[in-house]
Write a protein that binds this ligand. Structure first.
Ligand code: C2E
Ligand code: MG
Ligand code: MG
Length: 407
């Protein structure tokens, strides 16, 4: 199907565009956490034109900014309706052209204020290539949205040329793994490695990860295992008209939400924490006893509640609190941090390598105990996850199985 710019302009005039909402599910809670707004052109005869047909045409001219300007009030209106049902977040797609000047940014900020919508409920999606090719003006016009508290999602992550470079230069709060990567991830170990390493890297950078295009339970469970925290895809639901999305949210469906992948992330965080501390301590003992540098070590958070393993333990990790090994983890972990704190003090007070040998050994022993408990917990989690997966696959417990809502 081919459409012309004239037809698009006509459709804007006749108000034939609307948003459908594709639910996103948290792999931590197993519940719907929001949706992506996806534009649909509904013709007078009821037929639907997908964005793949007209967005590329609109992108070639300034028509895309017309569409965005026309659609944003609709999005705010839908958010107001959704507010009565839930306060879940919504992401919407933008084009680099929308940020060539500050008009759209102003519209967004003004509308949110006028209608009292919390900025945290909105995320701006921008494809990686747009960020990559953009000049400084795009960043300059998108930054105020980020500063106001809106999320910024790098859409189609993995399809551009230099994702890492773009990520380091932009204040993205999420990456969205491209559906091509997801569809191929079970085909080869290499593809799976791309998903896993992207997820780990995002975790390290403090950025959340969402996978799009999840079409079956095998993909879902592998993503759960890899530490990905949100997904969307036909296996959950296609994009739905607002009223059907509301019914979907109200149904309060649950998906398996045992985030085993996060245990693995916690183990990696712990290893990193220990490495950073030990490296800093060993560097510092080489300084003269009274060197001021010894007092200003670049150490990671010393409290066992503030390190990343601790943050996981006292938050998402609590989902595992019915397990003995989860509780066995707390004491060695806090002792480990106490020894870390002692070491920092000793080095600050002028200790030599010899002086810190014994507490360093204790630190390693406690770390091994922490790791052993995390591994047992991960094994138990994996075993439960696969048992549940098996049950779902063969007992057809999943309410949505094979039943994709029709657009
Ligand atoms: P996107 O932002 O990457 O959106 C995801 C696309 O993948 C959507 O197609 C969605 O329906 C589809 N999808 C979701 N789950 C699955 C799955 O499990 N399997 C498969 N095969 N596909 C899945 P859609 O709605 O046709 O949108 C296509 C693209 O059009 C979007 O890609 C986005 O780049 C653009 N787009 C959509 N709405 C807007 C909009 O309001 N403004 C702008 N500028 N672009 C939009
Ligand atoms: Mg998108
Ligand atoms: Mg995408």
């Amino acid at each position: 199907m081919i459409v012309t710019e004239i037809e698009i302009i006509d459709a804007i005039k006749k108000d034939e565009f609307t948003f459908f909402y594709q639910p996103k599910v948290s792999l931590i809670t197993g519940r719907v956490v929001g949706a992506e707004a996806l534009i649909r052109w509904i013709k007078p005869d009821g037929s639907i034109v997908l964005p793949g047909v007209f967005i590329p045409v609109a992108e070639q001219s300034s028509l895309i900014t017309e569409i965005t300007r026309h659609m944003f009030p609709k999005l705010v209106n839908d958010l107001m309706v959704l507010q009565d049902v839930d306060t879940l977040s919504v992401s919407f797609n933008t084009s680099a052209k929308d940020f060539e000047n500050d008009a759209f940014t102003k519209t967004v900020l003004d509308s949110l204020e006028t209608f009292g919508v919390a900025p945290e409920r909105l995320q701006v999606e921008l494809v990686e290539t747009a960020a990559l090719e953009a000049g400084d003006s795009l960043k300059q016009h998108i930054l105020p949205l980020r500063q106001a508290g809106l999320g910024l999602v790098m859409d189609d992550f993995g399809t551009g040329y230099s994702s890492l470079d773009t990520l380091s230069k932009w204040p993205f709060t999420s990456i969205k793994l491209d559906q091509g990567i997801i569809s191929r991830m079970l085909d080869s170990d290499k593809n799976m490695t791309i998903v896993e390493t992207s997820t780990r890297m995002a975790h390290e950078l403090g950025i959340s990860v969402i996978a799009e295009g999840v079409e079956n339970s095998d993909q879902y469970h592998r993503l759960l295992e890899s530490g990905c925290t949100k997904i969307q895809g036909f296996w959950i639901s296609k994009a739905l008209p607002l009223d059907r999305y509301i019914s979907f949210v109200k149904a309060d469906n649950r998906w398996s939400g045992l985030p085993v992948g996060l245990i693995h992330m916690a183990s990696l965080d712990h290893v990193q924490w220990r490495r950073k501390l030990v490296s800093e301590l060993i560097k510092a003992v080489s300084y003269p006893k009274n060197s001021p540098y010894r007092k200003y070590l670049k150490v990671p958070p010393l409290s066992c509640h503030e390190c990343r393993l601790g943050q996981w333990y006292y938050k998402e990790g609590q989902l595992f609190r019915d397990r003995k090994v989860f509780h066995d983890l707390e004491q060695p972990h806090c002792q480990f941090h106490n020894v870390g704190e002692l070491l920092v003090k000793l080095v600050g007070d002028g200790a030599t390598m010899e002086d810190i040998t014994t507490p360093m050994r204790t630190l390693s022993e406690l770390s091994m105990e922490v790791m052993a408990n995390l591994q047992i917990l991960e094994n138990e989690g994996l075993s439960d996850m696969h048992a549940a997966h098996y049950k779902w696959t063969f007992n057809e417990l999943h309410f949505n199985k094979g039943e994709f809502p029709v657009e």
